[in-house]
Design a protein around this ligand. Structure first.
Ligand SMILES: *Cc1c(COP(=O)(O)O)cnc(C)c1O
Length: 250
């Protein structure tokens, strides 16, 4: 589930066996953890996104977490447009020069100030989202007992950040029909994602070892429910009763 990591031990074992570095896409993982360790700090490198669709935002932008010491120096040069300007400012070299590839990745002050305020509120934002997440989870329990849908499962070792709430429908026709029904009632629910291995670029650039039937099936049956900071429980109840109407009718 997003904001909730994969079986991390397995990833690390595979990486160690093949002497690979692990780059952790923790884009949606700010404030979530695995066995008490923050997401983004598990891989050799970790990436957070502060895109406007995430929990903590600066419009566009993100952060690279450099967890493996051997990458620190190069990361600093890449960030400084390929130069050793940071070392120059620390007085470690007497002039700064072009060293490597790089670019202008830094946010300007206004965006940084906006993000700072967001980060100061990160705990309350996460707590609020977790409360809203739980509202859906409780309201949808009866429909799961009737086997009309399945709710997300959070493994015991994960602390998630309520980045999204989704339901799994029995088949893709039901999912598409429900999505259409909700649209008709002014409720914008979307599905996510088209699996990478079946996307045009994924087919061109990627390689799946075998068919991925579980991924294909889940992506056809998943529906995300509206969830934002400050959504009201009454609004969530409206969403859930629309879902119940549709599923219990069919
Ligand atoms: C949002 C997201 C990204 C992209 O983040 P940007 O900040 O827009 O580059 C990458 N991976 C995952 C899993 C995401 O959710």
């Amino acid at each position: 589930m997003p904001g909730c990591p994969v079986k991390w031990i397995t990833v690390c074992e595979i990486a160690r066996a093949h002497r690979l570095s692990v780059v952790e896409d923790a884009a949606q993982g700010v404030m979530a953890s695995y066995k008490g360790r923050a997401l983004g700090t598990l891989g050799d490198l970790g990436a957070y996104s502060f895109h406007e669709t995430k929990n903590v935002i600066s419009g566009e932008g993100g952060a690279l977490l450099v967890n493996a010491p051997q990458y620190v120096d190069r990361a600093e040069v890449l960030r400084e447009k390929g130069t050793d300007r940071s070392r120059f400012f620390r007085g470690e070299v007497d002039k700064y020069t072009w060293q490597d590839i790089g670019s202008s990745f830094l946010p300007g002050e206004l965006i940084a100030a906006f993000l700072w305020a967001q980060l100061e509120e990160a705990e309350s934002v996460t707590e609020g989202r977790l409360r809203s997440w739980q509202v859906y989870h409780d309201l949808l329990a009866p429909l799961e007992s009737q086997a009309r849908l399945r709710r997300p499962v959070v493994p015991a070792e994960c602390t998630h950040n309520a980045h999204m709430y989704y339901i799994l429908l029995p088949d893709s026709q039901t999912r598409d029909g429900l999505m259409h029904e909700l649209r008709g009632r002014g409720i914008y629910a979307v599905f996510h994602y088209v699996p990478l291995h079946s996307s045009p670029a994924g087919r061109r650039l990627g390689r799946a070892a075998r068919a991925l039937p579980v991924t294909d099936s889940v992506s056809g049956r998943l529906l995300r429910l509206p969830l934002w900071s400050g959504i009201l429980p009454e609004e969530q109840a409206t969403v859930v009763s629309a879902i119940a109407d549709y599923l219990q009718r069919g």
